[in-house]
Design a protein around this ligand. Structure first.
Ligand SMILES: Cc1cc2nc3c(=O)[nH]c(=O)nc-3n(C[C@H](O)[C@H](O)[C@H](O)COP(=O)(O)OP(=O)(O)OC[C@H]3O[C@@H](n4cnc5c(N)ncnc54)[C@H](O)[C@@H]3O)c2cc1C
Ligand code: SF4
Length: 560
């Protein structure tokens, strides 16, 4: 009864994909999820609320006071807070400040992500080997390109075919339009320097659904931008709207919420992994489940935690950890630099709808060779909007005149931010606390991750280059700033169980299998060798689909 052909741990973006692919290939699959069930549409309880329908008009001051870490995430408000983990319920140890933002429920963070989906370029995979940091990736862009296409067609991506070698084109449906100021700015910035290429950000929203999306029961995006509450139209990609119901319809999926995977079982007599130990989140009872293949997709740091907690006679320091590198080389994206400004001359122009994306620029630093005094680079997002009624907050007045005054749109302002590659270091690591446990008896994770000098040099360069871009676009009152935010708030954790060709310097092979436990696969952020400058989840999905294809073919050959 507790035996399946495959077990997937975690039902978020990557685990949902693992489950879908396994089930599509006829594999009886158990999907274990530590959080509660969240059913598409039915459990989006705040999706259609107006601000005045909410007790605190959307504000979560108390939550922020009591849970300062999650309270710092921009997407948390009264309509979304039920999809975010509260600090005080799930403690961890910060050896250095680290804002760990989590979503523990069926669907994981796929419900609350910002859905930016740019492909990595060939240069991103070549970077570490070429510039001599981290280790060389065991795969190249060409290995992943067909899997990007495969995933993109299924999830649905809105965007243009921009023809840039630093941002390969994707399988796309119509892009959201830039507003009039963004269009002008893009033209001016792109015209000012051949390396500055502004394009519309690609995102996992259906602007023109195809047959496969209709089959999933998903519909066209209405540009409401209330996405973080769950979308009743299924217009953005989440595990809940897409991969999990799809897998369920095959008849091969068993979804089991409230199931906290404690560790992987390594059978010393058989010399292989046979299953997982699971704590029931409601009763604390431990049960074992067995399968021939296991996919760990609990999101980067939790997958590290499970692997570190999986000790046996063969692996006393954690699963596959012969080289002592498990939990090391944790990396993230550096979001510290921002730039603001104002722009004049468009006072008679406005825009409609709430577009769920913004213009972006792929990295242009150190792309083909090392050119600066820092390694790698950054991509850039910017957006422009008119300040609205908030402008009236400081205004004096009363009655109808005051009302009319505050409904007048204010001037145009510009916001620009960087998303920079962080160079993974051995000292950036997670490990298990020897004594502290959580409410379910799982060891607490100690996080020791920090910025380095390279991050500061990158931010300086972004401030200079970004200011020059805005200046070229006619922006005034340009101000740079450093948020000094802790790592983690970018919510792009990667590494700790990295891929590589050499078992001495990596944990996983080029198919995401543990070198020393080949029926266990890791395809979430933990497997990443480096971070690139692009949002990572599309790459996690492509790696997952590729790894499942390999796993099932090996299973059928009797190799696993
Ligand atoms: C506000 C926000 C904006 C973001 N924007 C973007 C973006 O624009 N683009 C992008 O690419 N990424 C974005 N991200 C990041 C993106 O959400 C993650 O990269 C992605 O969800 C990772 O997928 P995953 O499968 O590894 O983890 P998750 O989606 O987090 O899923 C992991 C699942 O594992 C479960 N789990 C954990 N531990 C256990 C255990 N012991 N046993 C069983 N289950 C367990 C969790 O409950 C969870 O459901 C954003 C994230 C947030 C919060
Ligand atoms: S913007 Fe699109 S995806 Fe987001 S909530 Fe609205 S309809 Fe759904």
């Amino acid at each position: 009864m507790n035996t399946y052909e495959a077990i997937v741990v975690g039902s978020g973006i990557s685990g949902g994909w693992a489950a879908k692919e396994l089930c599509d290939k006829g594999i009886k699959t158990l999907l274990l999820e530590r959080g509660r069930n969240v059913e598409h549409i039915k459990d989006y309880t705040t999706a259609t609320l107006n601000p005045w329908d909410m007790k605190h008009r959307g504000r979560v001051d108390k939550l922020k006071r009591e849970n300062p870490i999650v309270g710092r995430c921009y997407a948390v408000d009264e309509a979304t807070e039920h999809f975010f983990v509260k600090d005080n319920e799930h403690p961890y140890v910060q050896e250095k400040p680290f804002d760990w933002i989590r979503g523990y429920q069926v669907g994981g963070k796929s419900l609350i992500w910002a859905r930016q989906t740019q492909r990595w370029s060939p240069y991103d995979f070549e970077g570490p080997g070429r510039d001599g940091f981290a280790i060389d990736w065991p795969i190249r862009y060409k290995d992943l390109a067909p899997w990007y296409s495969y995933v993109e067609k299924f999830i649905g991506i809105s965007g243009n075919r921009d023809g840039l070698e630093t941002l390969p084109d994707c399988e796309s449906m119509p892009a959201f339009e830039m507003n009039c100021v963004e269009k002008d700015m893009s033209r001016k910035i792109s015209g000012a320097n051949k390396n500055w290429n502004v394009v519309q950000g690609r995102c996992a929203h259906l602007t023109k659904p195809t047959v496969v999306h209709t089959q999933q029961g998903r519909n066209q995006c209405q540009a409401r931008h209330l996405c973080y509450r769950g979308c009743p139209f299924g217009a953005y990609f989440s595990s809940n709207s897409s991969t999990i119901p799809w897998a369920m319809r095959t008849g091969n999926l068993t979804l089991q919420p409230n199931s906290i995977v404690h560790s992987v079982i390594y059978d010393d007599t058989k010399g292989k992994v046979t299953g997982v130990r699971v704590i029931d989140a409601e009763t604390n009872k431990m049960t074992e489940y067995y399968a021939k293949i296991i996919f760990l997709n609990a999101a980067c740091l939790n997958t590290n935690l499970i692997a570190l907690n999986s000790t046996s006679k063969r692996f006393p320091n954690g699963l596959g950890n012969d080289n002592g590198l498990l939990g090391k080389y944790i990396a993230f994206h550096n979001y510290r630099g921002t730039i603001t400004g104002t722009i004049e001359g468009y006072e008679n122009s406005y825009y409609f709808g709430r577009r769920p994306t913004q213009p972006m620029m792929p990295n242009f630093r150190n792309v083909k060779k090392q050119e600066t005094d820092f390694l790698r680079g950054y991509m850039t997002f910017f957006e422009t909007a008119r300040s609205r009624w908030q402008q009236g907050l400081g205004m004096e007045g009363i009655g109808a005149d005051f009302k009319n005054a505050v409904t007048e749109p204010g001037g145009w302002h510009v916001f620009m931010m960087m998303q920079a590659e962080h160079i993974p270091e051995e000292s950036s690591q997670v490990y298990l606390h020897k004594e502290l446990k959580d409410a379910w008896g799982m060891p607490q994770l100690v996080v020791n991750v920090d910025y380095n000098e390279n991050d500061l040099k990158i931010m300086k360069d972004f401030h200079e280059q970004g200011s020059a871009m805005l200046d070229a676009a006619g922006v005034k009152n340009i101000k740079t700033s450093d948020s000094k935010q802790a790592p983690g708030l970018d919510i792009h954790e990667m590494g700790g169980i990295r891929m590589g060709n050499d078992p001495k310097t990596s944990l996983l092979n080029k198919w995401n299998q543990f070198h020393h436990a080949q029926n266990v696969f890791v395809t979430d952020g933990a497997c990443m060798v480096s971070t690139s400058t692009q949002n990572p989840s599309l790459t996690f999905m492509a790696l997952t689909a590729r790894a499942v294809d390999h796993a099932v073919s090996e299973l059928k050959k009797g190799n696993l």
